[in-house]
Design a binder for this molecule. Structure first.
Ligand code: FES
Ligand SMILES: [Fe+2]
Length: 325
């Protein structure tokens, strides 16, 4: 019996729908559409807000994060998370190995205590804790507006995965704008993926997500970019309707990106809230593990895309130079 014949779906049945094409995926995959959708996302305003990490990862032990080429110390004070330059304004010590005392970061070299107030040119960045993710404003242009968030369900069980890759944020977004690779590149997660709607800025797929072995749930899911470094997948129909997977790409430095993916699972089934939600402590690591498994491959895809782009750029500039010469 073939693997396809063994596939069994459970959960809500979906209404029949016409697929846009029955051609092989490599023929359906529209490179031009992916590129145009990516460019549309890249042309959205740069708000200056970036995702740092899961909010719950930020505690009273400081950690260092590199954001757009600069190191920051990140810690939690009683008034909320803080993100500030990881260089002491006194003599430049790295602050992230320091300790937090009464919400202030204490420099490990000479004990200067730094809080939310500026100290010379040293000042904490504006931050926004959306309840799942911690954002920081690297530029001040839109600091009063706040980051652009995808539409989220009212109640959810959330899990966040963070991973780094040798690429730029646009390579991460480009990967998610290509649904056609799903069943080929991730056969352990997806089966039977077909595009059912395709517009300029979004794409809807009908896909079976494998839960265990040959058993999976079939859903209609929409991908779109609410801001330039975010792509959201929303379940429109099927089990878990309204659930969202947000993939955020934050530039660490040129050619290095952090992928921060938040899964916000919801359900209109009372059992979900009675039985599943109390087990969130158990389920959260499992969801994170599944996302991590998927992104092990997708990071390789994004890194490959980055390498191809970098190679192209080099050869274009070489050919330009030689034509000028
Ligand atoms: S370097 Fe931080 S207090 Fe001196
Ligand atoms: Fe993928």
């Amino acid at each position: 019996m073939s693997a396809k014949a063994k596939l069994r779906t459970f959960g809500r049945a979906l209404p029949p729908v016409e697929f846009l094409s029955s051609a092989p995926d490599w023929q359906q995959a529209r490179v031009g559409w992916i590129e145009a959708a990516l460019q549309r996302a890249r042309s959205l305003p740069d708000t200056g807000w970036v995702v740092v990490d899961a909010s719950r990862e930020v505690g009273t032990t400081p950690r260092r994060y590199r954001l757009d080429g600069t190191d920051y110390a990140v810690w939690r004070s009683p008034a909320g998370p803080r993100v500030a330059p990881d260089a002491c304004p006194h003599m430049g010590a790295s602050l992230s190995p320091g300790r937090v005392c009464e919400g202030e970061l204490v420099c490990p070299w000479h004990g200067l205590r730094l809080g939310n107030a500026a100290h010379g040119s040293w000042r904490p960045l504006p931050v926004y804790d959306d309840g799942v993710l911690l954002w920081a404003a690297l530029t001040t242009a839109h600091r009063d507006v706040g980051p652009v968030l995808p539409q989220r369900p009212e109640r959810y069980l959330d899990a966040v995965m963070r991973k780094e890759a040798r690429c730029d944020p646009e390579d991460v977004i480009a990967n998610r704008l290509d649904p056609w690779h799903g069943v080929h590149f991730h056969p352990y997660s997806f089966a039977r993926l077909k595009v059912v709607e395709q517009e300029e800025e979004s794409i809807v797929v009908r896909v079976v997500y494998r839960v265990v072995g040959p058993y999976g749930v079939e859903v209609d899911a929409r991908f779109h970019c609410p801001e330039r470094n975010t792509i959201a997948m929303t379940i429109l129909r099927g089990e878990g309707e309204g659930s969202v997977v947000e993939t955020h790409a934050t530039r660490i430095e040129s050619g290095r990106a952090a992928i921060i993916e938040a899964t916000l699972a919801t359900s209109d089934r009372p059992q979900f809230w009675h039985f599943v939600r109390p087990l969130s402590w158990l389920l959260r690591p499992l969801v994170r593990k599944a996302a991590d498994r998927l992104w092990r491959d997708d990071a390789a895809y994004a890194e490959r895309r980055y390498a191809l782009r970098s190679g192209s750029r080099a050869s274009i500039s070489r050919s330009t130079s030689s034509s000028v010469l």
